[in-house]
Design a protein around this ligand. Sequence first.
Ligand SMILES: [Zn+2]
Length: 167
Amino acid sequence: MFALYGWSAKRWTFDKERVMDTMLRVVRRAKPKTILVSCSDPDFQGIFRHLCTEELKLEEGQVFPITIMGGGLVLAESANRKEERNSVGGQIEDALTEFNSITTIVLVGHADCRRVRLNENQTKRCLQEAGVTTQDCFPNSEIRLFYVGFESIEELPLPRLADIAST
Ligand SMILES: [Zn+2]
């Protein structure tokens, strides 16, 4: 029993060093380029990371994450999430004030989101509406929209305000 304990204690030491090396590394004086507004749904965190590293080609320290149930969708007026919308809007504003290195705001919506309960087409439309509102509030930032499905990630075009108003 004692020997077994010693063995696992040794392994624990090894793992601890690995954790220190990979997870607790602080990027000092990071210059984030992109605000990422995404959902806190645990099912999707892996693919959101993939979106950052593979699709957006962002490195550690280049993302300013804003995580909220519903993600970018809460910024659409039709999502009827006024408190969340104000909270996220305030966080974006703070981030832009704090880091003048930020050029882009990425809004993410995903399939089967528990917060908004919309089908695929409705989710995409909601995300585009959120994009238009966000562009209106933050005209100096580039807005990009991503719909994350179960099998693929799709970038949606940002419609012009007039297109949304006429539909
Ligand atoms: Zn969600």
